[in-house]
Write a protein that binds this ligand. Structure first.
Ligand code: SAH
Length: 389
């Protein structure tokens, strides 16, 4: 097997089970290529673990095992999947939810691969050419271990000829309808990188419905298919959804319809968020709850938006539309934005405005998005619920 030798002093990090092998930590390597298995060694040539090469935006690859003689084959993957399935039993048993993550990359012991179940229709996401080299044995292992009606795949790396699509089982017509917290949503597994719903926000959606919706006017910014709006409306809110993309309107209307809510009873704006702030101010629109869940980066006309730079402006704009005792639900999925930095930014922005508020709750990923205890970026989702006093 090929080897990669660490720089002196870097061994502790990996002996402490940091799962991502970083290029700059490597002193010498055999010519490692995508999909290669290799032994990670200390500068004194002591074995640490077996990894595979799979370059994503960061890192050379991921650790697979700390056992020298583990064979990386179908049986190895089956064992990982069985453990993952075991910890998802809760989701098979509860009522009102049939979509959840079955396997969450490094959190479940194999970076670069995720598997979601949308009411039994599995979605595999391959994050590098390297992990894709193991496709045959991983697919066989998936078929052995996970219950499924069909299997789809998406590639999250660029390649001329490798594209995702339908793999196995009964090929459904899209959209399929999934249920989450007794609410219904349309899902497309064959349409671009997104599916119609972000499963990692399931607990935030529930909290919004249960505590921040009844008899409230709720504004949902960066609303995409309106998932936050729809669940909020089922909790008794009158909602306003704002998204720049034209497709957001029909997709949001359909999601309302699935839940027996007349889309005409709700407001949908296809508009830039900052333009909406001006529009709302001009028209005297105000809200009791404002949800802000932006993409990490976005470009609109000549403006660019980045969560790490522009979040304060989003909050300031929202405050001008927020009623007394209103609430903000602030979210970011940017893995490089730490919870600490995000929290500090929120506090600083609110303090600067000189208003009294309380932080009701700080939330992260739901438990199906299992994270790795020694790898902070795996806890990428951060939500802060704030109420004005
Ligand atoms: N909050 C959504 C997910 C947001 S995905 C949910 O929970 O489902 C990001 C969305 O932001 C996309 O739909 C994109 O069209 C929208 N978007 C990007 N830039 C925007 C802008 N400047 N104003 C409004 N929407 C924007």
């Amino acid at each position: 097997m090929k080897t990669a030798v660490l720089n002196k002093g870097k061994e502790d990090k990996y002996l402490n089970q940091y799962p991502l092998i970083e290029e700059e930590d490597i002193y010498r390597q055999d010519r490692l290529e995508e999909g290669d298995l290799f032994q990670l060694l200390t500068s004194k040539n002591t074995f640490i673990g077996v990894g595979y090469v799979g370059r994503q935006h960061k890192g050379l690859g991921w650790i697979l095992s700390y056992q020298k003689d583990d064979e990386i084959n179908q049986a190895f993957f089956e064992q990982l999947f069985e453990q993952a399935l075991e910890t998802r039993q809760y989701y098979y048993q509860i009522e009102g939810t049939n979509a959840f993550r079955l396997f969450n990359g490094e959190g479940d012991g194999l970076g670069g691969l995720t598997i979601d179940s949308y009411d039994g229709h599995l979605l595999i996401q391959w994050y590098s050419i390297g992990i894709y080299q193991f496709r045959d044995s991983i697919l066989e292992a998936i078929k052995q271990v996970f219950p499924f009606r069909s299997i789809f795949e998406k590639t999250r790396f660029k390649h001329q000829s490798i594209k995702g699509g339908w793999v196995e089982g009964e090929k459904p017509e899209f959209p399929i309808v999934i249920e989450e917290n007794f609410t219904f949503y349309n899902v497309h597994l064959d349409d671009g990188p997104m599916t119609g719903i972000f499963l990692d926000q399931k607990e935030a959606r529930k909290k919004l419905r249960d505590y921040y919706s009844e008899d409230r006017k709720v504004l949902n910014l960066f609303s995409y298919t309106g998932a936050f709006s729809v669940i909020s409306a089922t909790g008794g809110a009158k909602t306003t959804s704002v998204d720049l993309a034209n497709r957001s309107r029909p997709m949001t209307e359909e999601n309302f319809g699935l839940n027996g809510i007349d889309p005409k009873s709700q407001n949908i704006f296809v508009m830039d968020t900052f333009d909406f702030y001006k529009y709302a101010e001009r028209h005297g629109l105000t809200f009791d709850t404002i949800v802000i869940d932006p993409p990490s980066f976005a470009r609109n006309k000549k403006k660019t938006f980045s969560v790490t730079k522009n979040y304060p402006q989003l909050i300031e704009g929202a405050l001008t539309l927020l009623n007394a005792k209103g609430s903000l639900i602030l979210s970011t999925n940017h893995s490089a934005y730490s919870l600490k930095a995000f929290k500090n930014m929120v506090k600083k922005t609110l303090d600067h405005e000189g208003i009294a508020y309380q932080i009701d709750e700080v939330m992260g990923l739901p438990k199906d998005f299992k994270t790795h205890p020694h790898f902070k970026p795996s806890k990428y989702l951060k939500l802060i619920f704030v109420t004005l006093q």
